[in-house]
Design a protein around this ligand. Structure first.
Ligand code: PLP
Length: 400
């Protein structure tokens, strides 16, 4: 039977996301016809190291509390437990950023927040980077919103600027350190966007999911380290890549009360939205997340991040030895390379798979500006990444 309901026609404008299924299909076919080859996957976008021990212990304790009448907890507060929101505030204080607890909203994921936030917007156009983490683009297509692209390319090292944009209000998405390019905005780069937003009455949605990978004392971990950002920026961050919570699920968003829209605030709108549609993150997971933000937790998390970064360095060294142009690999688990000799993204994928049994991600899967580029990730094991770096050396030496 066919229903007579109307659907959201905007869904028909979404591009089929065939990228990862097509990669899986090609790798499967290769493995079936070359069973003796050991394929190494450098396309993994998920963490592979287990949760920090201190978070596991905190969750075990929380499970036991849930099993006792005296300590059992039902629905959590929609905005998160204060013990976790306080821990998040302390993390911001370590970047010299002062926020109020009422500005922190705990959630089950940065992806959900980035997708759900459009609920509170009208038809202001969205400005999304190209290449892009797909949720920014697709959630706006689903809403039928006008979209303009801020293009990344070799000339701006995949750090788009507001330079070419018409001066009007936008909902601007920024991600730094960036997925897929691994590039990082410095203070001046973020400052340009904040000034543009203040001048045009735009809102920035800043995705800091990879903040913990940032090196150096002067690089901004939070957009609120930039003057004026509290007047125009929402920040989304996550325990996924910081504490290995991709499976446990916990994140947060910051809605400064200073962002006014007419006679209300974005904070009030988001609070209303969450109270209506969201029932909070489990107590157990929030206890684990808070433990990850303790002093011991941070040091365990940073040890895991150092492991991935050592992998990234192996890959970066190999690309540098071969004279290949790339971004990322320093403040990020991602490396974004220019396919040599004008080779296309998918052609490069095939050459790397057939030649060296290595798998990465064709850049054009992240947008038109990704054509001719390719993403490698450092979330695999050290041993595999070391082997992969050796294979990359051989691959580039052969030439094209
Ligand atoms: N933001 C970016 C830029 C990401 O790359 C990812 C995951 O890959 C996420 C957000 C997802 O975060 P979460 O696991 O909290 O939904």
């Amino acid at each position: 039977m066919s229903t007579k309901i109307k659907i959201n026609e905007n869904y028909k404008n979404l591009k089929q996301s065939y990228l990862f299924s097509e990669i899986a299909r090609r790798v499967r076919a290769f493995e079936e016809s070359n069973p003796e080859k050991s394929v190494i996957r450098l396309g993994i976008g998920d963490v592979t190291l287990p949760l920090p021990a201190v978070a596991v212990r905190a969750m075990e304790k929380a499970v036991n509390e849930m099993g006792e009448k005296a300590t059992f907890r039902g629905y959590p507060p929609e905005q998160g437990y204060d013990f976790l929101r306080e821990a998040i505030l302390a993390r911001y204080r370590s970047f010299n950023v002062d926020l109020d607890i009422s500005e922190i909203f705990v959630s089950d994921g940065a992806k959900s927040d980035c997708g759900n936030i459009t609920d509170i917007f009208g038809d202001t156009p969205a400005c999304v980077p190209d290449p892009v983490y797909p949720v920014y683009l697709d959630s706006n297509i689903m809403d039928g919103r006008e979209i303009v692209f801020a293009e990344g390319d070799e000339s701006n090292a995949f750090l788009p600027t507001p330079g070419g944009l018409k001066e009007r209000p936008y909902i601007i998405y920024l991600c730094s350190p960036n997925n897929p390019t691994g590039s990082l905005y410095d203070r001046a780069g973020l400052g340009e966007w904040v000034n543009f937003a203040l001048k045009t009455g735009s809102l920035i949605i800043f995705d800091a999911a990879y903040e913990a990978f940032i090196e150096g004392n002067d690089n901004p971990h939070s957009i609120y380290e930039i003057d004026g950002a509290k007047e125009c920026s929402v920040e989304v961050c996550s325990f996924s890549k910081f504490a290995g919570f991709t499976g446990a699920r916990c994140a947060w968003s910051v809605f400064p009360k200073s962002i006014k829209v007419g006679d209300t605030t974005l904070n009030a709108l988001w609070s209303r939205r969450q109270a209506t549609k969201f029932n909070g993150v489990s107590y157990i997971v929030q206890r684990g997340a808070a433990a990850a933000l303790s002093e011991k937790g941070i040091s365990e998390c940073m040890a895991n991040i150092a492991y991935y970064k050592r992998n990234a360095l192996l890959l970066a060294d190999s690309l540098s030895r071969a004279g290949v142009w790339f971004t990322g690999g320093v403040h990020s688990p991602y490396l974004w390379l220019k396919c040599p000799a004008g080779v296309g993204s998918w052609e490069f994928f095939n050459l790397l798979l057939v030649g060296e049994s290595l798998v990465g991600t064709p850049g054009e899967g992240f947008g038109a500006c990704g054509k001719g580029f390719f993403r490698l990730t450092s979330f695999g094991s050290y041993e595999n990444t070391l082997e992969a770096a050796g294979r990359l050396d051989v691959f580039f030496k052969k030439g094209f």
